[in-house]
Design a protein around this ligand. Structure first.
Ligand code: NDP
Length: 240
């Protein structure tokens, strides 16, 4: 039977590429999204992958949707915690809402989704959880105390949960992407982006499929001995 994978924020950007890549490898994929119905409909029409709308920052919604997905597809074998948002601003201008929303979605979403799926993986003796962190969680970034803290938290979360899953066949790893050419990066002003690209040794932004291939590897049988690790895919921008 095909392994079942949930990709949060799986209908556009990096998540879309992850969904498509896993589908291409034979996984049964379910993609989650937050509110961009138009993009989700276009994604499903093109791929046949079901897109299910809920907020990963909502603990109850994660639980209920995972129960539904497990009932429909049998079980959940692979969780890719990819959904993320930015609410940038320097600390002295950042509101509590900006802080809280990023923590709630980016870090809280990982907890909520792991809480809903990890017990089943543990009981069955096989599972893969792959969390999408960020170079900015490793190195910090001006104007992103909220985002850097949440992403840095993902790396700690990964290492702690990896220890809990190890003897049950559940691996937990993170990927820390550098700057990837998605809508999220399109929102960065061009002059800021030019300065960022100038600091990337490979000399360009990354592509979503370069992150997706890393996810596919970590989800595979071949990666069974890799757990608690962070794969940095950043064109050499931060060698961590
Ligand atoms: P995009 O902004 O292009 O896409 C974000 C996705 O997350 C969308 O599908 C969106 O849904 C979904 N999403 C947002 N909030 C929620 C929520 N509350 N519940 C469920 N889904 C949600 O982002 P990217 O593809 O660029 O980024 C994907 C991940 O990679 C993020 O975690 C990001 O932090 C991380 N990352 C990205 C980098 C980059 O350079 N792009 C660099 C480092 C890390 P909808 O379409 O409905 O809005």
């Amino acid at each position: 039977m095909a392994r079942v994978a949930i990709v949060t924020g799986g209908t556009r950007g990096i998540g879309e590429s992850i969904s498509r890549t896993l589908q291409g490898l034979g996984y049964t994929v379910v993609a989650n999204y937050a509110g961009n119905i138009e993009r989700a409909k276009a994604f499903t029409a093109d791929t046949g992958i079901p897109a299910v709308r809920w907020d990963v920052g909502d603990h109850e919604a994660c639980f209920h949707n995972c129960v539904d997905i497990a009932a429909r597809y049998g079980q959940i074998d692979v969780l890719v915690n990819n959904a993320g948002v930015t609410r940038d601003g320097v600390l002295h201008k950042m509101t509590f809402d900006d802080w809280n929303e990023v923590m709630r979605i980016n870090l809280g979403g990982c907890f909520n989704m792991a809480k809903a799926t990890f017990p089943g993986m543990r009981d069955r003796g096989w599972g893969r959880i792959i969390n999408i962190g960020s170079i900015n969680g490793q190195a910090g970034q001006y104007g992103q105390v909220n985002y850097a803290a949440a992403k840095s938290g993902i790396h700690g979360f990964t290492k702690a949960l990896a220890q809990e899953g190890a003897k049950f066949g559940v691996t937990v790893n993170a990927i820390a992407p550098g700057y990837i050419d998605t809508d999220m990066v399109a929102a960065v002003p061009q002059q800021v982006l030019d300065k960022i690209v100038a600091k990337i040794p490979v000399g360009r932004l990354g592509h979503a499929n370069e992150i997706a291939r890393g996810v596919a590897f970590l989800a595979s049988e071949d990666a069974a001995f890799i757990t608690g690790s962070t794969l940095s895919i950043n064109g050499g921008q931060h060698m961590y």
